[in-house]
Design a protein around this ligand. Structure first.
Ligand SMILES: Cc1ncc(COP(=O)(O)O)c(C=O)c1O
Length: 237
Protein backbone atom coordinates (compact mmCIF):
# COMPACT_ATOMS: atom_id res chain seq x y z
CA UNK A 1 0.00 0.00 0.00
CA UNK A 2 1.17 3.48 -0.79
CA UNK A 3 1.56 6.00 2.03
CA UNK A 4 -1.63 7.80 0.88
CA UNK A 5 -3.64 4.59 0.89
CA UNK A 6 -2.29 3.65 4.33
CA UNK A 7 -3.37 7.01 5.71
CA UNK A 8 -6.86 6.58 4.21
CA UNK A 9 -7.23 3.04 5.58
CA UNK A 10 -6.31 4.31 9.02
CA UNK A 11 -8.79 7.18 8.77
CA UNK A 12 -11.61 4.78 7.91
CA UNK A 13 -10.64 2.37 10.70
CA UNK A 14 -10.46 5.16 13.26
CA UNK A 15 -13.81 6.55 12.15
CA UNK A 16 -15.48 3.15 12.60
CA UNK A 17 -13.49 2.16 15.68
CA UNK A 18 -11.92 -0.85 13.99
CA UNK A 19 -8.88 -2.50 15.56
CA UNK A 20 -6.15 -3.15 12.95
CA UNK A 21 -3.64 -6.01 13.06
CA UNK A 22 -0.50 -5.03 11.15
CA UNK A 23 1.45 -8.22 10.46
CA UNK A 24 4.82 -7.04 9.20
CA UNK A 25 7.50 -9.76 9.22
CA UNK A 26 8.89 -8.66 5.81
CA UNK A 27 9.12 -4.89 6.38
CA UNK A 28 12.93 -4.79 6.46
CA UNK A 29 13.27 -6.96 3.37
CA UNK A 30 13.00 -4.32 0.67
CA UNK A 31 14.98 -4.37 -2.58
CA UNK A 32 13.62 -1.33 -4.46
CA UNK A 33 11.60 1.77 -3.75
CA UNK A 34 11.08 3.60 -0.49
CA UNK A 35 10.07 2.14 2.87
CA UNK A 36 6.44 3.01 3.64
CA UNK A 37 5.31 4.28 7.04
CA UNK A 38 3.82 1.56 9.22
CA UNK A 39 0.13 1.73 10.05
CA UNK A 40 1.21 1.65 13.68
CA UNK A 41 3.11 4.91 13.21
CA UNK A 42 -0.13 6.55 12.08
CA UNK A 43 -2.66 5.28 14.58
CA UNK A 44 -1.14 3.59 17.60
CA UNK A 45 -4.39 3.65 19.54
CA UNK A 46 -6.10 1.11 17.31
CA UNK A 47 -3.22 -0.90 15.80
CA UNK A 48 -1.68 -4.14 17.00
CA UNK A 49 1.71 -4.36 15.32
CA UNK A 50 3.32 -7.79 14.88
CA UNK A 51 7.03 -8.25 14.22
CA UNK A 52 9.09 -11.42 13.84
CA UNK A 53 12.69 -12.53 13.61
CA UNK A 54 11.63 -15.48 11.46
CA UNK A 55 12.55 -13.79 8.16
CA UNK A 56 15.62 -11.86 9.24
CA UNK A 57 17.33 -14.24 11.70
CA UNK A 58 15.78 -17.69 12.13
CA UNK A 59 12.22 -19.06 12.13
CA UNK A 60 13.28 -21.88 14.48
CA UNK A 61 13.89 -19.47 17.35
CA UNK A 62 10.14 -18.68 17.43
CA UNK A 63 10.73 -15.10 18.56
CA UNK A 64 8.42 -12.31 17.55
CA UNK A 65 6.80 -9.35 19.26
CA UNK A 66 3.56 -7.44 19.46
CA UNK A 67 3.02 -3.75 20.10
CA UNK A 68 -0.52 -3.35 21.34
CA UNK A 69 -2.70 -1.06 23.45
CA UNK A 70 -2.14 -2.11 27.06
CA UNK A 71 -5.59 -3.67 27.62
CA UNK A 72 -5.12 -5.82 24.52
CA UNK A 73 -1.57 -6.68 25.51
CA UNK A 74 -2.69 -8.09 28.85
CA UNK A 75 -5.12 -10.42 27.02
CA UNK A 76 -2.44 -11.40 24.51
CA UNK A 77 -0.10 -12.42 27.33
CA UNK A 78 -2.83 -14.61 28.83
CA UNK A 79 -3.65 -16.17 25.45
CA UNK A 80 0.02 -16.82 24.69
CA UNK A 81 0.60 -18.41 28.08
CA UNK A 82 -2.40 -20.67 27.73
CA UNK A 83 -1.22 -21.75 24.26
CA UNK A 84 2.48 -22.23 25.06
CA UNK A 85 2.74 -22.39 28.88
CA UNK A 86 6.07 -20.58 28.68
CA UNK A 87 8.15 -18.85 26.04
CA UNK A 88 11.73 -19.99 25.61
CA UNK A 89 13.79 -17.72 27.86
CA UNK A 90 16.95 -19.23 26.43
CA UNK A 91 15.97 -18.23 22.88
CA UNK A 92 15.13 -14.72 24.05
CA UNK A 93 18.60 -14.43 25.63
CA UNK A 94 20.19 -15.66 22.39
CA UNK A 95 18.30 -13.00 20.44
CA UNK A 96 19.17 -10.31 22.97
CA UNK A 97 22.86 -11.16 22.64
CA UNK A 98 22.54 -11.19 18.84
CA UNK A 99 20.90 -7.76 18.71
CA UNK A 100 23.34 -6.29 21.26
CA UNK A 101 26.56 -7.56 19.73
CA UNK A 102 26.01 -8.43 16.08
CA UNK A 103 25.80 -5.87 13.23
CA UNK A 104 22.32 -7.15 12.32
CA UNK A 105 21.44 -4.21 10.10
CA UNK A 106 24.46 -5.05 7.94
CA UNK A 107 23.32 -8.67 7.92
CA UNK A 108 19.92 -7.59 6.60
CA UNK A 109 21.64 -5.68 3.79
CA UNK A 110 23.44 -8.92 2.86
CA UNK A 111 20.11 -10.78 2.86
CA UNK A 112 18.49 -8.07 0.76
CA UNK A 113 21.22 -8.33 -1.87
CA UNK A 114 20.73 -12.12 -1.99
CA UNK A 115 16.93 -12.02 -2.12
CA UNK A 116 16.93 -9.26 -4.70
CA UNK A 117 19.06 -11.45 -6.99
CA UNK A 118 16.62 -14.33 -6.45
CA UNK A 119 13.62 -12.15 -7.14
CA UNK A 120 15.23 -10.91 -10.34
CA UNK A 121 15.96 -14.50 -11.41
CA UNK A 122 12.29 -15.37 -10.91
CA UNK A 123 10.98 -12.28 -12.68
CA UNK A 124 13.23 -12.67 -15.70
CA UNK A 125 12.40 -16.39 -16.02
CA UNK A 126 8.68 -15.63 -15.79
CA UNK A 127 9.05 -12.93 -18.45
CA UNK A 128 10.83 -15.21 -20.86
CA UNK A 129 8.86 -18.45 -20.26
CA UNK A 130 5.31 -17.85 -19.05
CA UNK A 131 2.59 -18.52 -21.63
CA UNK A 132 0.44 -15.71 -22.94
CA UNK A 133 -2.37 -14.70 -20.61
CA UNK A 134 -0.38 -15.15 -17.38
CA UNK A 135 0.26 -12.11 -15.21
CA UNK A 136 2.36 -11.59 -12.08
CA UNK A 137 3.43 -8.93 -9.61
CA UNK A 138 6.90 -7.38 -9.46
CA UNK A 139 7.45 -7.12 -5.71
CA UNK A 140 9.75 -4.47 -4.25
CA UNK A 141 10.39 -6.64 -1.20
CA UNK A 142 9.38 -9.79 0.69
CA UNK A 143 9.68 -13.35 -0.52
CA UNK A 144 6.85 -13.84 -3.01
CA UNK A 145 5.51 -13.24 -6.50
CA UNK A 146 1.73 -13.46 -6.96
CA UNK A 147 1.03 -15.01 -10.36
CA UNK A 148 -2.33 -15.37 -12.10
CA UNK A 149 -3.07 -17.98 -14.76
CA UNK A 150 -5.05 -17.62 -17.97
CA UNK A 151 -8.85 -17.86 -17.96
CA UNK A 152 -10.22 -21.29 -17.11
CA UNK A 153 -7.14 -22.71 -15.32
CA UNK A 154 -7.42 -23.73 -11.67
CA UNK A 155 -4.12 -23.39 -9.78
CA UNK A 156 -5.23 -25.80 -7.04
CA UNK A 157 -6.26 -28.47 -9.57
CA UNK A 158 -2.88 -27.99 -11.28
CA UNK A 159 -0.85 -28.55 -8.10
CA UNK A 160 -0.55 -32.39 -8.38
CA UNK A 161 0.80 -31.98 -11.92
CA UNK A 162 3.33 -29.42 -10.69
CA UNK A 163 4.39 -31.55 -7.73
CA UNK A 164 4.93 -34.48 -10.09
CA UNK A 165 7.35 -32.16 -11.90
CA UNK A 166 8.89 -31.45 -8.45
CA UNK A 167 7.90 -27.80 -8.24
CA UNK A 168 5.38 -26.41 -5.73
CA UNK A 169 3.50 -23.22 -4.86
CA UNK A 170 0.65 -22.13 -2.60
CA UNK A 171 -2.68 -21.97 -4.48
CA UNK A 172 -4.35 -18.56 -4.34
CA UNK A 173 -7.51 -19.82 -2.59
CA UNK A 174 -5.46 -20.13 0.62
CA UNK A 175 -5.35 -16.33 0.80
CA UNK A 176 -9.09 -15.64 0.65
CA UNK A 177 -11.90 -16.50 3.04
CA UNK A 178 -14.54 -16.62 0.30
CA UNK A 179 -13.16 -19.02 -2.32
CA UNK A 180 -11.61 -16.42 -4.62
CA UNK A 181 -8.03 -16.74 -5.86
CA UNK A 182 -8.34 -20.05 -7.70
CA UNK A 183 -6.58 -18.76 -10.83
CA UNK A 184 -3.69 -17.43 -8.75
CA UNK A 185 -0.69 -18.79 -6.89
CA UNK A 186 2.02 -17.58 -4.56
CA UNK A 187 5.54 -18.32 -5.80
CA UNK A 188 8.40 -18.11 -3.32
CA UNK A 189 11.91 -17.07 -4.30
CA UNK A 190 13.52 -16.97 -0.83
CA UNK A 191 15.14 -20.40 -0.46
CA UNK A 192 16.28 -21.75 -3.87
CA UNK A 193 19.36 -20.42 -5.66
CA UNK A 194 18.88 -18.40 -8.88
CA UNK A 195 19.67 -21.52 -10.96
CA UNK A 196 17.11 -23.57 -9.06
CA UNK A 197 14.56 -20.77 -9.47
CA UNK A 198 15.09 -20.75 -13.24
CA UNK A 199 14.64 -24.53 -13.31
CA UNK A 200 11.57 -24.26 -11.07
CA UNK A 201 9.91 -21.74 -13.38
CA UNK A 202 10.71 -23.96 -16.38
CA UNK A 203 8.94 -26.90 -14.68
CA UNK A 204 6.04 -24.73 -13.59
CA UNK A 205 5.57 -23.52 -17.14
CA UNK A 206 5.53 -27.18 -18.26
CA UNK A 207 2.66 -27.83 -15.82
CA UNK A 208 0.76 -24.73 -17.00
CA UNK A 209 1.14 -25.77 -20.63
CA UNK A 210 -0.22 -29.22 -19.74
CA UNK A 211 -3.29 -27.59 -18.14
CA UNK A 212 -3.72 -25.29 -21.13
CA UNK A 213 -3.77 -28.38 -23.40
CA UNK A 214 -6.45 -29.91 -21.16
CA UNK A 215 -8.49 -26.73 -21.19
CA UNK A 216 -8.24 -26.37 -24.95
CA UNK A 217 -9.35 -29.99 -25.42
CA UNK A 218 -12.05 -30.33 -22.74
CA UNK A 219 -12.87 -26.76 -21.65
CA UNK A 220 -12.24 -25.11 -18.26
CA UNK A 221 -10.19 -27.09 -15.70
CA UNK A 222 -12.06 -25.37 -12.86
CA UNK A 223 -13.63 -28.08 -10.69
CA UNK A 224 -17.38 -27.86 -10.02
CA UNK A 225 -16.67 -27.12 -6.34
CA UNK A 226 -14.25 -24.37 -7.31
CA UNK A 227 -16.83 -22.88 -9.66
CA UNK A 228 -19.34 -22.88 -6.82
CA UNK A 229 -16.91 -21.36 -4.37
CA UNK A 230 -16.65 -18.20 -6.40
CA UNK A 231 -20.00 -17.05 -5.06
CA UNK A 232 -20.98 -18.58 -1.70
CA UNK A 233 -24.53 -19.99 -1.70
CA UNK A 234 -27.06 -17.50 -0.33
CA UNK A 235 -28.25 -19.92 2.37
CA UNK A 236 -24.80 -20.32 3.96
CA UNK A 237 -24.51 -18.66 7.37
C1 LIG B 1 2.61 -12.74 6.55
C2 LIG B 1 3.28 -13.58 7.59
N1 LIG B 1 3.06 -13.30 8.88
C3 LIG B 1 3.63 -14.03 9.87
C4 LIG B 1 4.44 -15.10 9.57
C5 LIG B 1 4.94 -16.00 10.67
O1 LIG B 1 5.99 -15.63 11.34
P1 LIG B 1 6.45 -16.43 12.63
O2 LIG B 1 7.43 -17.47 12.18
O3 LIG B 1 7.04 -15.34 13.46
O4 LIG B 1 5.26 -17.07 13.29
C6 LIG B 1 4.71 -15.43 8.24
C7 LIG B 1 5.58 -16.58 7.94
O5 LIG B 1 5.56 -17.24 6.98
C8 LIG B 1 4.09 -14.65 7.23
O6 LIG B 1 4.31 -14.93 5.93
Amino acid sequence: MTAERRAKVMQVCERHDVLVVEDNPYGLLRYDGEAQPTLYSQGQGNVIYLGSLSKTLSPGLRIGWALAPSAVRAKLVLAAESAMLSHSTFNQLVVRRYLDTFPWREQIKTFNAMYSERRDAMLSSLSSLMPEGCTWTEPEGGFFVWATLPEGIDAKAMLPRAVTERVAYVPGTGFYADGRGRASMRLSFCYPTPDQIREGVRRLVGAIEGELDLRDTFGSTLSPSAEGSQAPAADLP
